[in-house]
Design a protein around this ligand. Sequence first.
Ligand code: NAD
Length: 482
Amino acid sequence: MSEPEQNYIGGEWIDSSTDDTFEVIDPANPNETVNRYQQSNADDAADAVDAAVAAADDWAATPGPERGRILRDAGTRLEQRKDELTDLLVDEEGKARPEAAGEVQRAIDIFHYFAGKAADLGGTVKGASSRETTLYTREEPVGVAALITPWNYPIAIPAWKLAPALAAGNAVVIKPASLAPGVAVELARALDEAGIPDGALNLVTGPGSTVGTEMIENEGSDAVSFTGSSEVGEMVYDQATDAGKRVQTELGGKNPTLVGASADPAEAADIVANGGFGTTGQSCTACSRAVVHEDVYDEFVDELVARAESTDIGPGHTHEMGPQVSQDELDSTLEYIDIAAEEGATLAAGGGVPESDETESGYFVEPTVFTDVESGMRIAQEEVFGPVVAVIKVSDFEEGLNVANDVPYGLSASIVTDDHTEANRFVDEAEAGVVKVNDKTTGLELHVPFGGFKRSSSETWREQGDAGLDFYTIEKTVYDNY
Ligand code: NAD
């Protein structure tokens, strides 16, 4: 096997001070080690923050168009290596190749999008109340941004934090998740090769509890952007605010698709199966609850079960649905399947581990459908993070809306209906940061804001699009009386 990947600190690729590494294995074939990474500690994280602090002023003073040129060049380098990055993503995270290729393309597009934005940043001029006065705002970088990311979109999420942070002139330290850090390391390599100044970008791999905590608490960092589970994210939020940092956290979900009485059951089943089983159910926006009007319930369930049972499961390189990312994630999904059965839900499809030569050793699970689910059950309340859809029967739109909102999360929500009033009422009243009509809960455009309500988000700042830049900029207002 090749040498372990290194940390990127102050423009150098270096080993951790621990001299220790960890392995990332292929979730489709856990006997295969894909790569090794630095098992860093708090000292490495502190070195990375120091390097960012040292570089921050110069990077902030670098003209926006020049920062944009570096981002654009990095995006082009990623594009030239798209196939290789896609393979690496499948090898480490396990998702199906078309999903991985789409995610890599998204990272490329994000770099190109924010490359343009870097040149546009500046501020606005306003009319002043006094004569001979210029009144204007300047958008300045916040300083040093600490970025902590999850494994489930291991290139898109690092990209949607790194690109706006760097475009706005912040120096950054990023810690990718340890289950699939490879593609984030490749983002750093692309930026290095594109000529990012030493220290403006730093990447450290290792445990969140040590590396992440140091990045948050070190007095050199000014802002913390975290995406991950609600449990960890809520702790990170408290740590960051206690330390006086600007913070955004984007967290878990329990996303509903409401299927109205007017919906075509087959179309609704397509939408729910796509949202619920795509990416092996490991999307924060995955559909995990289908809230279905009684008039179309039976037909919808038949259609959804047919889709679950015809899913082609196997290694992501060659199959429609890959494995879960780890033994822990698989165990957690299987545990929820047991819990749902104990709670009295009816197992209508899946529920187990598929049996074939190709799925024998990996962390595979069948797409699973539970019917007769009550909204108060744990399977309808807690994030499962696997391909499991709980189907809840309702007798009218009002009840459906209440059930859709009856969870502590509020990331994404969709409705399938031909009724214009229902659609508009859903848009008005759904408690979610992303609301879709006749579409799946997953899938985002890169140039519009993204973020959740309730336990899905700190609700402080949105990510992506123009809104994504706000977190990384602070405005100064200038009264220039000449
Ligand atoms: P996680 O919370 O376990 O880990 C996320 C990151 O935090 C990792 O890099 C991890 O190493 C780090 N971390 C762990 N403990 C830490 C600590 N004490 N201090 C600082 N950092 C720490 O989440 P995960 O399992 O990697 O990702 C899956 C979760 O992420 C799901 O809940 C999913 O819904 C959520 N997610 C949310 C969004 C969104 O935009 N809302 C997007 C993707 C994933």
